[in-house]
Design a protein around this ligand. Structure first.
Ligand code: MN
Length: 311
């Protein structure tokens, strides 16, 4: 995520306003217009200042004034490698490194699980060969098989499970899910760093779920600091075998937790947050009362309200 401010003439701003007609959003107070493109949010002010904020502000500014791009900030390399200032070097994926990923954040039922994994360069080919990849591309049955194989390899990892009671408590305390995830990643990584001790690594890669600046703000709000060489990228599990392995362990843990909760409540809890989930919630409320949801569900999801249609 980057941000550039550039000053334009009134004539130019009018021209921009016209070109962005299709992409206009509600302008903040004092602004002439605000538009959102795939590169950036563009906000123009009466002073002539135009603010470009987003994943690729350079690219957006370039169309209007290429000379306005700050020196040393080549938009092509920025766009190619990653769209943030915390992009990992490409060499990271083939060397010793740490990766982290989470599971369960979009599921009404069940916890949020987060895992950080340490892999060495010698392990990478083997991990690829056994089929470690993005957990979303693996069936539930295979996830368990792969997670078991990772355990057997004694790959160092740290797994954190944020159970529903705690999740709901934090949510009611005002934590966003983003903050919960940031703290989970942070602690999983920290625990793993303690575990591996002096083992060398080239960097830490978090599968990006929010802008790095937001992640950093979250952990700073809990008086923590980003470790050095902590990188972020979206779809990191497609590039980093450590993130892919973390996604597998986190997913396997989520599935195990779901099995346990299903047994406790006497219903096979469904993944996701569909209308089928709403019907199941209604059934569970009828049988066990509303209060039973606190231990099995992320109760702030809209599903809790929607379930009342089926009561
Ligand atoms: Mn992820």
């Amino acid at each position: 995520m980057g941000q550039i401010t550039h000053t334009f003439s009134t004539k130019q701003i009018n021209k921009m306003n016209k070109k962005y007609q299709h992409a206009l959003e509600k302008a903040p107070q004092g602004a002439i217009f605000r538009a959102r493109t795939s590169n950036a949010v563009v906000t123009a002010y009466a002073s002539g200042k135009v603010l470009f904020q987003g994943s690729n502000p350079e690219e957006e500014l370039k169309q209007w004034d290429p000379s306005g791009i700050p020196q040393g900030n080549n938009p092509f390399t920025v766009a190619k490698t990653n769209k943030n200032n915390y992009a990992p070097p490409e060499t990271l994926f083939t060397t010793n490194h740490i990766g982290s990923d989470e599971s369960g954040t979009g599921d009404y039922f069940g916890p949020v699980t987060t895992c950080a994994v340490y892999v060495t360069s010698e392990q990478i080919d083997h991990l690829k060969a056994i089929g470690i990849q993005d957990s979303k591309a693996i069936t539930d049955a295979n996830i368990q098989v792969l997670a078991k194989q990772l355990m057997e390899m004694n790959i160092p990892y740290s797994l954190l499970v944020l159970h529903n009671e705690k999740y709901n408590h934090l949510q009611q305390k005002g934590w966003t899910q983003g903050k919960m995830k940031a703290m989970l990643h942070f602690h999983a990584i920290n625990n793993l760093l303690k575990k591996i001790g002096p083992a060398p690594y080239d960097g830490i890669l978090v599968d990006q779920f929010c802008q790095p600046e937001v992640y950093i703000r979250h952990i700073q709000s809990e008086n923590e600091q980003l470790p050095s060489t902590n990188y972020f990228m979206t779809k990191a599990e497609s590039y980093s075998i450590a993130v892919a392995a973390a996604s597998v362990i986190a997913r396997a843990s989520f599935l195990n937790e779901m099995d346990g909760l299903s047994e406790d409540i006497g219903h096979t809890l469904l993944k996701g947050a569909s209308q089928k989930v709403d019907r199941l919630i209604a059934k569970i409320i009828q049988e066990n009362g509303q209060g039973s949801l606190n231990a099995i569900a992320k109760t702030h999801f809209a599903n809790t309200k929607k379930a009342s249609a089926f009561l």
